[in-house]
Ligand binder design. Sequence first.
Ligand SMILES: Cc1cc2nc3c(=O)[nH]c(=O)nc-3n(C[C@H](O)[C@H](O)[C@H](O)COP(=O)(O)O)c2cc1C
Length: 393
Amino acid sequence: MVNDVFAPATLGPVKLRNRTVKAATFEGRAPQGQVTDELIDYHLAVTRGGVGLTTVAYLAIAPEGRTHAQQIVVGEDTLPGLSRLVDAIHESGAAIAGQVGHAGPVANGRSNGVRALSASRMPSPLSMQMVRSASEKDLTRITKAYVATARTLVRAGFDVLELHMAHSYLISSFLAPGLNRRKDKWGGAMENRARLGRQVARAVREEVGSSVALTAKVSLSDGFKGGVTTDSGLEFAQLLEADGTLDALQMSGGSSLMNPMYLFRGGAPVKEFAASMPLPVRLGMKTPMGKGFMKEYDFEEAYFLEKALKFREGLSLPLMLLGGINRRDTMERAMALGFDFVAMGRALLREPDLVNKLQGSTQDAGVCIHCNRCMPTIYSGTRCPVIAETVTV
Ligand SMILES: Cc1cc2nc3c(=O)[nH]c(=O)nc-3n(C[C@H](O)[C@H](O)[C@H](O)COP(=O)(O)O)c2cc1C
């Protein structure tokens, strides 16, 4: 096995120049739901900076599946912009993934102007509205919308489609017994809770064949009672693997709905986050439920490694390690431990050219401090606020 993270690799049918991946970080650069020059530049910064694969985050399959109104809903009208984005990234020598998803209960119904839906009816701490339970008709429509989205993204030239199955988004809400109280074929046993994710992966694979790589972002643990655990997450991943629909899994964790900081670790910027939210949510954050929303977890390099190793032992699919990767030696260790790719979010927001720096040995580690103040910037153009503060004139 080649242990060099900077060596070329294949992901399904796609050739990558190295094994580093820019993880999806919603860009906040599509105010009209269309690709903008700013969105292209955001991705060019990391691909010119050395990553093998960048991920566009995120591409909604339906209007009610947006986390926020200013997001791309993939359709015929978005095709020219998406093609332009893909061409620019290819010219820079990297490959491009589209994170395809339906936010389910994480969607902001108030901002979207369409009610959010989930496995079961629940109040949303994000929109302070009730989220409705998805009907049989919704699930048929949503599966078809995943297929139509995939078709458009293939036409635009995307190399990889990443299905979002984590963070309490729609598919993930079905997996979590605490969010899925259904008594029908979509609830109860794992076989039922996993049905939507497997159905979507199967339908999308049937549509795209082997023209692109198909991956999923899955949970190593949702970090809340009633969420996906490491054991149930692995069970789900094994079902996906047995279906033979995917080329790789990216292993994540936490819940954008119930426990976002479980995913991030490090600083919990409660004030900045509240300030970026509309009034009803700001008020909601003052309630006991709201106050518990942003728990603080100590940051540790590669904080998901232990759980990810359980997935490595239980699966043969290629795996992308994610979560607090900043150092070249961590990447080398990940390769030595049998992971196939490393994915990074915040380290690349702080230093889009980090991969080049690590590869050229001008640095051994990134300088991101995991203050997480990038998080509340997603509504105003995702960025690292520390960069602006450290620029000297
Ligand atoms: C500002 C910001 C926006 C994010 N947006 C998304 C997103 O749209 N979809 C997603 O799956 N994960 C999203 N994430 C999570 C990242 O993909 C990644 O899982 C997380 O930051 C942990 O990796 P890291 O330690 O390398 O940053 C976001 C993270 C940040 C910091």
